[in-house]
Design a protein around this ligand. Structure first.
Ligand code: ATP
Ligand code: MG
Ligand code: MG
Length: 376
């Protein structure tokens, strides 16, 4: 088809639309308001609440294929789209990815290594989880958390009493993994089942928000291969068409690297922004290729190393003063991406920068320098 529908108007939808336009597609965006980042670059935009099935069905009717940029879309909304055009991923993938318990159980039952978990509803059950996994544990709301919202690290039984168990809906408890590194793998899968992974990305979070992604990840060749295999198995097990990002912890035990899946996201991922300049094919172009039945692209690095650093609203002045863009752009080989968001808030993802180079040290040094120069 020649018109792709994107449900969601954030930066992921924006960068997807830019990649799709490059390949000659028209992109329609369905989102809450015409102010959203993807609306600026779309061929057409339809605004409405996600619950408005008649609006979204009229939108879907104008599209040849439909995709999305966030997994917390009501599964019924995507099912309604599916009456008008093929929808990748489909409603069943969303239903699983929206619920941490269902997601982890599904992957675990398929024999994949998932962080030890159990459903909990109150302090007593959290204490049982602590006894079983060992303290500390982490408790998370089963639904609708991102950037670490709705999570608590519990050091001991006393702290379990402080959680607002009634306020968060259902919860799960997880073993706290003393990981050596956090990594992610983005997989693209076509309708015919063909899969292609990107190299493993290494991720550094600050305050539960992704800060820096670098590749290649500093892991052994065996771990790299295993991580890519696990990600493909997860994609097949969930029957995803399009992209799946698999977030993982790498733990060192007796000199070996063990992998645990943390969570999955059936869409482009923040860590994958590094592929725009860092790999021959970007995650966004790969997504277009996967859902449009095109051959998947070469995912190899274009240089020995690549990196991506996030730009959060914290860099803006309280009075809305912009960061010093020319200063950052003066750093050789640094690419700037801004999402066109109007209001900067602390912790809000406003843009990112990337760099490619001869070594990880070189790439990270340039990114950190450029971000420092942004501060006024
Ligand atoms: P997002 O969707 O934005 O990635 P989220 O709110 O769904 O975030 P998680 O990915 O579950 O949250 O957790 C956020 C971060 O918290 C992880 O990337 C990791 O750094 C830390 N974390 C989460 N769970 C665990 C765990 N079981 N053991 C150790 N660290 C953890
Ligand atoms: Mg998440
Ligand atoms: Mg996560």
């Amino acid at each position: 088809g020649s018109t792709i529908g994107m449900v969601g108007g954030g930066q992921l939808g924006r960068m997807f639309a830019m990649a799709a336009a490059k390949l000659g597609y028209r992109v329609g965006v369905f989102c809450g308001s015409s102010d959203e980042p993807a609306a600026d670059v779309a061929s057409f935009t339809v605004c409405g609440p996600l619950e408005d099935h008649s609006a979204i069905e009229a939108f879907a009717d104008r599209c040849d294929v439909i995709t999305l940029e966030f997994e917390n879309i009501p599964a019924e909304t995507i099912a309604a789209c599916g009456r008008h055009a093929p929808t990748y991923p489909d409603a069943s993938v969303l239903a699983t990815a929206q619920d941490r318990l269902l997601e982890k159980s599904t992957l675990h039952d398929a024999g994949l290594p998932v962080t030890p978990f159990m459903p909990v509803h109150n302090a007593d059950e959290a204490c049982k989880a602590g006894e079983s996994f060992g303290w500390p544990i982490i408790v998370k709301t089963q639904r609708s958390g991102y950037d670490g919202k709705g999570q608590h690290r519990l050091e001991n039984p006393e702290q379990a009493a402080n959680v607002d168990w009634e306020g968060g809906g259902d919860w799960i408890a997880e073993a706290m993994i003393d990981f050596e590194r956090e990594v992610s793998v983005v997989v693209a899968r076509r309708v015919d089942g063909q899969c292609q992974t990107f190299p493993v990305f290494e991720n550094d979070h600050q305050n539960h928000i992704l800060d820096l992604t670098t590749l290649p990840a500093n892991i052994s060749t065996e771990t790299e291969t295993r991580a890519r295999e696990i990600a493909i198995e997860a994609t097949r097990c969930l029957d995803v068409v399009g992209l799946l990002c698999v977030e993982m912890f790498v733990q060192k035990r007796n000199g070996e690297q063990r992998i645990y899946i943390n969570e999955v996201a059936p869409r482009p991922h923040n860590s994958g922004h590094v592929t725009i300049e860092g790999c021959h094919t970007s995650q966004f172009e790969q997504h277009v290729r996967a859902i449009c039945g095109l051959p998947l692209g070469d995912t190899d690095l274009v240089a020995p190393a690549a990196g991506m650093i996030n730009l959060l609203g914290d860099l803006w002045g309280e009075d809305g003063t912009q960061p010093d863009w020319p200063a950052a752009l003066s750093v050789d080989g640094v690419s700037l991406h801004l999402y066109g968001k109007h209001a900067a808030r602390v912790g809000r993802k406003m843009g990112h920068m990337s760099a490619v180079g001869e070594s990880l040290d070189d790439v990270t040094a340039r990114l950190r320098k450029a971000r420092k120069l942004l501060q006024r």
